[in-house]
Design a protein around this ligand. Structure first.
Ligand code: PLP
Length: 384
């Protein structure tokens, strides 16, 4: 078949491919510890499931408005205002099937071919994929271990040109767990106002912070009109399969993004949205319990990895990933991914799945039990 030229620019998320390889080995009887996939291993809390059942029985089985149900848009605006200490109007909110479409819709709404987009590398691979697909020019900003995987604002400044239209940031970050300090965000916002570009702030891990604080660029002067906040229920409420996320946009842009949704998904699933209202409005102790457990696992996995010859692992401040340096083993990232899958029975991702600056690192998700993390560490040690 002949496909459109743009399809050759579409990237992917290798986590799903590694998961498929792991499943194939399991089908042959091998035991694999899964540290590749980026989703909480906790179940969605019962109050949220009950709200979905009630909504299904109550008739939320039809199309809803493209921008999202008014109940949920209002709840999201209140939640973001409460958590970030900023003012958000429900008219700025568009509810989407997961957080991911916010990246695609923002790229479609803002970028013309030739526009430049600065994005983190290593970083969530969908940013680069969408930038390339649209025909914009991606300008990677390296995130270095020596800077605790935060970027250097001076470096951003050196990459800005007249064509810079958008800067993508992600804090806490996938794959490094890095958290951007307040001063870095403040400096980025000054640059955004001065050079008139937009900031897509991917805050999907904002509740998963172990040290420091979550700071949104939206809170700085001149920024509400040039910031897009991406957030959602997938990670915070262990709802990856429900497909529920949202963007907070400048008002004019929210109208355009809702129109993109009319043209693609029509709307996000109605009863899922009602469950989303309960998630934000209801008790939050399940989030606290999950984050406390992630913190214990982070400490366990970092200590374990630092005990493996050739590995050195920085302790991340957020999300549920570690990104150890494996240069001392003499293996490349990809060789290590294959070795660990085949010889240790541990599924991880090569750092290069997140861009060229991921060479020399691997990503492990610690969204797995402490028992499995201990087992993985022992198997890795033995296999090397
Ligand atoms: N942004 C980042 C940084 C992520 O890691 C992910 C999921 O892995 C997403 C966005 C997308 O989340 P969702 O599953 O809600 O589409």
């Amino acid at each position: 078949m002949k496909f459109a030229e743009r399809m050759s620019h579409l990237g992917t998320e290798t986590a799903f491919e590694v998961l498929a390889r792991a499943r194939a080995l399991e089908a042959q009887g091998r035991e694999i510890v899964h540290l590749e996939i980026g989703e909480p291993d906790f179940d969605t809390p019962d109050n949220i499931k009950e709200a979905a059942v009630k909504a299904l029985r109550g008739g939320y089985t039809h199309y809803g408005p493209s921008a999202g149900l008014p109940e949920l848009r209002e709840e999201i605006a209140a939640y973001i205002s409460r958590h970030r200490g900023v003012a958000v109007d429900p008219a700025q909110v568009v509810v989407t099937p997961g957080g991911k479409p916010v990246i695609f819709f923002s790229a479609l709404a803002l970028l013309d071919p030739g526009d430049e987009v600065i994005y983190p590398n290593p970083g969530f691979p969908i940013y680069e994929s969408m930038i390339d697909y649209i025909g914009a020019r991606g300008v990677p900003i390296p995130l270095l271990e020596k800077n605790k995987f935060a970027f250097d604002p001076d470096q951003i400044e050196s990459l800005i040109t007249k064509k810079t239209r958008l800067v993508v940031i992600n804090s806490p970050q996938n794959p490094t767990g890095g958290v951007l300090p307040r001063e870095t965000i403040a400096r980025l916002c000054e640059l955004a106002v001065k050079h008139d570009f937009y900031v897509l702030s991917d805050e999907i891990y904002s509740r998963m912070i172990y040290d420091g604080e979550h700071v949104t660029p939206y809170s700085y002067p001149g920024m509400p009109e040039r910031t897009i906040i991406l957030d959602g229920h997938s990670k915070t409420y262990a709802m990856t399969g429900w497909r529920l996320g949202y963007g907070v946009f400048p008002k004019e842009m929210a109208v355009k993004v809702a129109k993109l949704q009319t043209n693609s998904n029509s709307c996000t699933c109605s009863f899922t949205q009602m469950a989303g209202v309960e998630a934000l409005r209801g008790p939050q102790d399940s989030v606290d319990t999950m984050v406390a457990e992630f913190r214990a696992r982070r400490d366990l996995i970092v200590d374990g990895l630092n005990g493996i010859p050739g590995f050195s692992c920085h302790k991340p401040s957020g999300a549920f990933y570690v990104f150890p340096n494996i240069k001392g083993t003499g293996k490349t990232s990809k060789q290590m991914e294959d070795h660990l899958m085949n010889k240790a029975g541990v599924a991880v991702l090569a750092g290069t799945a997140f861009g060229q600056y991921g060479e020399g690192y691997i990503r492990l998700s610690y969204a797995n039990s402490q028992a499995n993390i201990k087992k993985a560490i022992a198997c890795i040690k033995q296999s090397l």
